[in-house]
Write a protein that binds this ligand. Structure first.
Ligand code: ADP
Ligand code: MG
Length: 232
């Protein structure tokens, strides 16, 4: 007989225990993260709210396994990141995590379609399947007529939509978004965030979305606040 009380508890997509991070600056130590604890369930969309300089990007970089130098424990989809080699961390990041940044960071010499195809090829998806997935995602974001445009030929909102499609291309269990609409006017920001949340829900991904905007944060499943290096 299985024990349903234990078996039904899903493994968190993110589990942070006592996460710390400090920087040395001009002989001073700045403690940015002072013991962050957080669990994000599969499919849960969490807003990470905090003013500029509160450490949102630092926290997302830790969760995205982009940088070392952290204290405490980071588990992504049940894997303890501190016990992984650099190569295994890169593989876990590629397979499990999609990123959206405030500035799109698209490859300037590649078309919108190619920017969404490339991360799929890196994971071994066939070219036809990658093309089909990219077209489907960009179509869902209203960009069917923009597939061959380069980033410089797109508006800010369109660039962020391509970045959203790229983040979701490999159906990651986790999407990390760092002020994904922070560079857009209010109307466009609302539209792009709504489309982003819809696609994340459709994919069944969990997401941690940094913002300093209470109104945008309220559209998500849960809000956590970063203040003086801890979450409340
Ligand atoms: P947010 O994303 O909430 O605006 P950040 O995570 O970018 O905040 O930064 C939090 C604090 O950490 C800031 O005071 C910033 O100056 C400092 N910081 C971030 N990265 C570095 C770094 N590489 N070196 C020194 N200080 C840093
Ligand atoms: Mg930031």
């Amino acid at each position: 007989m299985s024990n349903p009380g234990v078996a039904d508890v899903p493994i968190p997509v993110i589990s942070l225990t006592g996460l710390t991070r400090s920087f040395q600056q001009g002989g001073e130590t700045i403690e940015v993260l002072r013991g962050v604890n957080l669990a994000v369930a599969p499919g849960e969309i969490v807003a990470l709210l905090g003013p500029s300089g509160s450490g949102k990007s630092t926290l997302l970089q830790a969760v995205g396994l982009l940088e070392g130098g952290f204290g405490g424990k980071i588990e992504i989809a049940g894997c303890d990141a501190s016990h992984l080699s650099g190569d295994d961390r890169t593989t876990l990041r590629r397979e499990a995590v999609g990123f959206v940044y405030q500035f799109h960071h698209l490859l300037p010499d590649f078309s919108a379609l190619e920017n969404v195809v490339l991360p799929q090829l890196l994971l071994g998806t066939s070219r036809p399947d990658a093309n089909a997935r990219a077209s489907e995602l960009l179509g869902a974001l209203g960009l069917s007529e923009r597939l061959t445009h380069r980033p410089s030929q797109l508006s800010g909102g369109e660039q962020q939509r391509v970045a959203v499609a790229r983040a979701l291309a490999n159906k990651p269990v986790l999407v990390l978004a760092d002020e994904p609409t922070g560079n857009l006017d209010e109307h466009t920001a609302d539209k792009v965030l709504g489309e982003f949340l819809h696609l994340v829900r459709t994919a069944g991904s969990a997401a941690l979305v940094a913002t300093h905007n209470e109104r945008l944060a309220a559209k998500m499943d849960r809000v956590v606040r970063l203040h003086e290096g801890v979450l409340s």
